[in-house]
Write a protein that binds this ligand. Structure first.
Ligand code: ZN
Ligand code: ZN
Ligand code: FE
Length: 760
């Protein structure tokens, strides 16, 4: 070696390239290796804390421009380049190109979400002469499990739940060959050395012979199966057998909540639902979310009273094999009511007749993601598998060298961690008031801080004094910042869309409930703000919520509250209220009269409940959140421009939006026997008009053009669509979340935004 060094250095070009982003565990280094072979360059590629470092050299004169362009243009499908920098360096006259071993580091290392089987693997799986023919755990660097099997970083096999499977000779050869598609594919496996499926009769806990094909037969015979997927178990059955469906609903304790469907292919989906090209694109994307589609042909008992069906395509090889014999199955997450999705076999036997499981452990749970498409962009109802842990860049002016965690709210919680310019938001965790979900929250928070080595110097939580997350933050013993719920809501899309600090926007935050700065329940809010602070410009006028939480489940209580607000003590007759006993009604009215257990709220969600009930489309008691508003949306007539009157009251900020006239005219419509379809459409249009009115007032006063539409109410596709159109016609700039849900799942992201501003 010494001899070599003494030789006079040969002439040549050399460059160091740094690539930052999701570039580990996605086949990036072998891609660079192959590229280097193609160009006959020498050097090395190595995983570094920030991503990947590449050293290239050649004895020719070059600026490496076309190599760098190829990295940008042809990087592996799962990779996501956030940043690429390069600088010339000294020529070392290296003799080969190598993939160097990973180096541990302090910085942020990204990891890919779980991704559905790729075309390559699929073709191998259905090829009888392939050694992985019909093998349900086939994967490669372009596909397969990631987030749900990783225990620690760097992402190497001993740090995943594949650690107990020893590779066979053939798998090892593929794993070690830089030119192989499975080079360093950590979950690499084959029938000889990898995980195996097992079919169990659940009540007897006996293994029965057979596997996936037998499982498919059982589904067709009307059995309910628990099937282990990527982030947990699904409960699976045939959608066409009413008795099986009602058994499933009994097990899930859900009478009306929609059940998701998994279809073999898009042709099957098209038999039951309309599928636009952008919906098809999302449905078929490697992230494989559940997409809500307009019904073409109803399947009884799947999505009663609603106009949409939730479809997904198979995403694991196991799903594909299962669907060979049955084109359409119900695939709903396996959880007992108010518990997270189940990832282990323990306890699952109580929920099903048979269990189709396997011995690759799930380290981190993740539900299926659920979205619909509005104006060609996704609108997330639930963001989890396939999208987590996507790294979110923060706008340059917000960057901080400190590390932050944010704990979110309480219902539909997520947690977020911030480090080195990026935020990672967790999967949907559920309602933390339920103990099992609170455990899931702790499990996930620990997982994320451990995985990304976050040592928080600040914890951010909601303003609510009694939320579990607030109390958890208080006990952490580090500086603690509290952010008002709707303010956090508005900041999430600002961060997502890289709005620079100091830009003021009008935030329209419409949802069910958030603890207000004045102690009342907020939820119909028009806030002017930026990352640093907000001002409440206007809000829905307060009305009592008779009985507190009970009123959020029984929409007729809100119907009474709004009638009383609009008509005073002598209430008009309304048909839908007839089915509620006079005693009950009287009790509620007295409750409000005497101001007993009747906190004041400005909630848009509760206004929706009231209108849904008055219009006659709501159940007396809601089984799941937003059931009444969803039925109201489903009822709305399509092309109707009419809206109800409303008024904006008060001298100054906050202005109060009164719906007294709205409810009065609506009751008039009811008395004239107008249809729920017309009433619903007019009500939706009214809200859009309210938003336009306030937006114009704000623009006139403060010259603010940007309007943020946020909060769970904007999961209402009709409302979002109409409002967007109306505002765009008047030249407003609209911001709404595209990568996150508008509901409380994005609270933790907004909390990070305010936390960052606080630190800078
Ligand atoms: Zn693959
Ligand atoms: Zn093998
Ligand atoms: Fe909210």
């Amino acid at each position: 070696m010494r001899k070599k060094e003494k030789k006079s250095p040969k002439k040549g070009s050399a460059v160091d390239i740094m690539v930052f982003g999701v570039v580990q565990g996605v086949g990036f280094r072998p891609f660079i290796y192959r590229l280097a072979q193609k160009y006959h360059y020498k050097g090395w590629v190595q995983n570094k804390g920030f991503g990947v470092k590449i050293h290239l050299e050649t004895n020719k004169e070059t600026d490496f421009h076309s190599f760098i362009q190829e990295i940008k243009d042809h990087s592996p499908s799962l990779s996501q380049i956030e940043d690429l920098t390069f600088q010339p360096t000294s020529f070392q006259n290296l003799q080969e190109f190598q993939i160097k071993k990973s180096q541990d580091s302090e910085s942020f290392v990204f990891i890919s979400p779980d991704i559905s089987i790729c075309d390559h693997c699929y073709r191998e799986m259905i090829n009888p002469s392939d050694r992985r023919f019909h093998y349900p755990f086939i994967n490669c660097t372009d596909c397969g499990p990631r987030y749900t099997i990783v225990e620690s970083l760097p992402y190497d096999r001993p740090q995943t739940s594949m650690k107990n499977f020893t590779m066979c000779e053939q798998c090892r050869r593929e794993y070690q060959n830089p030119l192989d598609r499975r080079y360093h594919a950590q979950p690499i496996a084959c029938p000889r050395c990898g995980p195996q499926v097992k079919l169990i009769k659940s009540k007897e806990e006996t293994d029965i012979s057979g596997g996936i094909q037998e499982a498919a037969d059982l589904i067709n015979q009307g059995k309910i199966l628990a099937v282990k997927g990527l982030g947990g178990f699904h409960l699976v059955c045939s959608p066409f057998l009413p008795r099986t469906l009602s058994r499933l609903r009994k097990i899930k304790q859900r009478r009306t909540k929609p059940l998701a469907l998994m279809a073999r292919d898009t042709d099957t989906v098209r038999q039951y639902a309309y599928l636009s090209s952008s919906e098809e694109e999302l449905l078929c994307s490697p992230r494989r979310p559940i997409v809500l589609l307009n019904k073409k042909k109803d399947i009884e008992g799947i999505s009663p009273f609603l106009h949409e069906l939730g479809f997904m395509l198979p995403y694991t090889p196991l799903h594909y094999l299962l669907l060979q014999k049955t084109a359409l199955i119900v695939a709903t997450s396996s959880n007992k009511k108010d518990s997270p999705i189940m990832k282990d076999e323990e306890g699952i036997e109580k929920l099903c007749d048979y269990i189709l499981t396997h011995n690759r452990p799930i380290h981190m749970r993740a539900d299926d993601s659920v979205l619909k498409v509005v104006e060609k962009s996704p609108l997330f109802l639930r963001r989890a598998r396939g999208y987590v842990p996507f790294p979110q860049k923060v706008p340059p002016g917000l960057k901080s060298s400190s590390q932050i965690i944010a704990l979110g709210g309480e219902l539909k919680d997520t947690v977020s961690v911030y480090k080195n310019g990026y935020v990672v938001t967790s999967q949907f965790l559920g309602d933390l008031d339920e103990y099992p979900n609170l455990r899931y929250f702790e499990e996930t928070l620990h997982h994320l801080t451990h995985l990304f080595e976050v040592k928080p110097e600040l914890v951010v939580s909601d303003l609510h004094p009694n939320f579990h997350t607030t109390r958890y933050a208080q006990k952490m013993g580090i500086p603690h910042l509290q952010v008002q719920h709707h303010f956090a809501h508005i900041l999430a899309p600002l961060l997502e869309h890289q709005i620079p600090p100091g830009t003021k926007v009008l935030g329209v935050a419409l949802d069910g409930y958030g603890y207000g700065a004045d102690g009342h329940g907020w939820g119909g809010e028009f806030l002017i703000g930026d990352y640093s602070s907000y001002q409440r410009f206007a809000h829905f006028r307060y009305v009592p919520l008779p009985g507190g939480d009970a009123a959020s489940k029984q929409p007729w209580r809100m119907a009474l509250s709004y009638l009383r607000d609009s008509f005073g003590p002598s209430l008009p007759e309304v048909n839908s209220l007839e089915k509620i006993s006079p005693n009950k009604r009287k009790g509620i009215l007295t409750m409000m009269e005497k101001k007993l257990r009747s906190p004041l709220i400005s909630s848009c969600g509760r206004l929706f409940d009231a209108v849904a009930f008055l219009a006659g489309v709501s159940p007396d008691e809601m089984e799941f959140e937003a059931e009444a508003p969803m039925r109201l949306e489903a009822a709305a007539a399509e092309n109707l421009q009419d809206f109800y009157p409303f008024s904006v009251e008060g001298e100054g900020r906050p202005f109060q939006i009164s719906f007294s006239q709205t409810i009065q005219s609506l009751v008039q419509d009811l008395h004239e026997n107008r249809s729920p379809s017309l009433i619903s459409a007019k009500f939706h249009n009214t809200l859009s008009q309210v938003i336009l009115t306030i937006a114009e007032k704000v623009r006139k006063e403060q010259n603010i053009q940007t309007v943020v539409l946020i909060g769970g109410v904007f999961l209402n596709k009709r409302l979002l669509h109409t409002t967007q159109n109306l505002l765009q016609k008047k030249d407003f700039h609209i911001l709404r979340p595209v990568l996150y849900s508008p509901n409380d799942e994005s609270i933790s992201l907004g909390q990070i935004a305010h936390g960052l501003n606080y630190l800078t």
